[in-house]
Each structure stands twice: as structure tokens, then as C-alpha cells.
Design a protein around this ligand. Sequence first.
Ligand code: UP6
Length: 260
Amino acid sequence: RSKLFYEQRILYTKCIAASKLFSLISEKKTNLCLAADVTNVEKLLKLANEVGPHICIFKIHADIIDDFAEKEKEELKNIAQRHNFMIMEDRKLADIGNTVQLQFNQISKWANLITVHAISGFGILEAIQNSMNFNENIGVFVIAELSSQNNLITPDYTKKTVHLAEKYPKLIAGIVCQFSSTFSNPGFIQMTPGVNIEENVTNDNLGQQYNSPETVVMDRSADIVVVGRGIINAPDPSQIALEYKKKLWNAYLKRMKKNN
Ligand code: UP6
């Protein structure tokens, strides 16, 4: 998997959203996903406008945003179209199939990508698959590992999660994980959070752990890297996003050179 260029990976995926994402990444030459964890909706839209040119995914937590209504969702969709990025709702759905289906039907009205935990078993993916018949363009990222210190996910849980994901290739765009060994299917996109370019920033005080762009892309084969506070707390988010974009893309090119 780590030897293949993004555009080559299209051949291996059965998920429409993943193949769009692979082409978008190679066209824009960016594997950066912004975690736009802000609570103010104007600030959110401003970030999308300013950082949009440098990212492949604009990832949000809709439930932390004040007044994120129909109008603002439309506006975000327009910005996404203008700057050619995808919108991810990082909802980490985890309930029984029926509840998840109802949640998914709402979220799929405005998001292109969504995250889910596999904790409740096959029902969660089955439910989304049923709804997907009406909207084939939305892709799912399954959480197989977390970036936080002492989290409760075990190697066995991770293995079973990947195994379950393999059964839904049309649905699954990728896997949220930390290591290249977590899965091998080149059709799945590895999305990895927990990255900061400041050498002295290795964690926050709530368990988050950070690595460098080189570590996650070169050593751990990340395909898309999630950066939040490293960008959004900077005085000029757009300028720092460009810096992350360049570092991450160079790390990808180096990995390709080394592996081919
Ligand atoms: N995220 C993680 N770790 C995971 C999964 N998701 O940090 O294992 C998400 C968080 C946040 C972002 O919900 O939105 O990635 C990381 O933000 P940060 O760069 O500000 O730490």
C-alpha cells in the first residue's frame, strides 16, 4: 500500500467518495485535513475560505458549533466547491444500527464523509449501507485506533474493526488509525490525527499525543493527516496550513522515492 501513488490507489477502491478523494489529493497535491474545531460559525466559514486552497478535507464537529443552521451548511458547501475540498463530519457514530441510520440520514444531507466506531458491530455499517442506496457519494471512515494516551482500544478490537470494514468496500473510504500495519488494503485511505510541527509540542494536557509529519507519513504510511490546533490557533492559519501542506507532501514524495 505504501508504495502506490494516490492516483494508482483509485484502481483498488470500490467507494465513490474514496476515488474522488484520491484524485482530489493528487490534483491539489495536498494530503492535509484541517480539523476546524471552532465554535463560532463565522470563524468556521472564514477558516474554510482561507485554508480551503491548501486542504483535501475540512473536518468539523458540527455539535460544537453555535448556530450551524441550513444557511451556514449551504455556505460551507459552496466554499467546498469553490476550493475543491470535501467536508467531513467527525461524528464518530457508535450507537445501534437503527439509531445510526437516523443520524446518518441527517448528516448525509450536507457532509461528504463521516466517521464511525465499529463498537456496536455489523449493524452500524449495515444501517449506513441501507441509507447509502439513496446517496452513494458519502464515504465512511472507521475508527480502528485512537491517538489518545491510554485509550481502551485493544489490538484485537482493531483487527476485528478492519475485518468488518473489509466486508463493506462500497461504503468504506478509509480507516482512522495510527500505524501502517493496521490494515493492508490499498483501496482504503489511512487517515491519521495527532500531528504538530512544533518539536516541543508532543501532547496536550487531556491525553492527545502528537507526532511529526515525517513520522506519520514516512514511517507510518498515513495517506491523509489531520491537523487542528497546530493550524487554527496560529495567528495566520492560512500561512501555517501552507507550511503543513508542503511538509506533508514532501514527506509523501520522500516515502514514494524510498519505496519505489
Ligand atoms: N481525532 C483525534 N484522534 C483520534 C481521532 N480523531 O485527535 O484518534 C480528532 C479530534 C480533533 C482532531 O476529534 O478534531 O482529530 C485533532 O485535533 P488537534 O490537532 O487539535 O489535536
